[in-house]
Design a protein. Structure first.
Length: 162
């Protein structure tokens, strides 16, 4: 019986940084359209078995008062291909980057030492393609982060009403 090959999916920090850049461009548009100011920053990340690198961040404010920050956490995340956090004075929300249908559970039937069938089932419902997702904790459903969800979560982390 041979074990299935479970090679890790490798991608570069540059790819993670580009994914953050794309998300921050959207977040900037959403914030500015609601009268919020944004300021770019950078965070130095140190991940296991990788050279340290800088990733972009975003500070969100209203009338010079801090509302929240979007901070990169890392590219090496179990079950995802990157994480950024929306952090406010009240709480924080993690956004995970999923590719395709996201992580899956694979099974393989073995009869008399030979693989006879295999199947793969997505671990999360709601993942429908590459993008940043927030996981609704009560029902474990992934939701793609778009403007209305982002603003709801920004309200949650900051207690600032839009």
């Amino acid at each position: 019986m041979t074990e299935p090959n479970h090679e890790p999916i490798l991608f570069s920090p540059e790819e993670y940084v580009q994914r953050i850049e794309t998300f921050l461009a959207d977040a900037r548009t959403w914030c500015e359209s609601h009268g919020l100011a944004v300021e770019r920053g950078a965070v130095t990340l140190r991940e296991e078995r990788m050279a340290e690198y800088d990733a972009p961040s975003l500070a969100i404010s209203k009338n010079s008062m801090p509302v929240a920050k979007i901070l990169p956490v890392g590219s090496k995340i179990i079950g995802a291909q990157g994480r950024i956090d929306l952090v406010g004075r009240v709480t924080r929300h993690a956004f995970l980057f999923y590719v395709g249908k996201g992580p899956a559970i694979s099974t393989q039937a073995i009869v008399a030492g030979r693989a006879t069938s295999s199947s793969s089932v997505p671990m999360l419902s709601g993942v429908d393609g590459d993008g940043w997702y927030w996981i609704e904790a009560t029902v474990r459903r992934a939701k793609r982060v778009e403007e209305s969800l982002f603003l709801d979560l920004l309200t949650d982390v900051s207690d600032y009403e839009f």
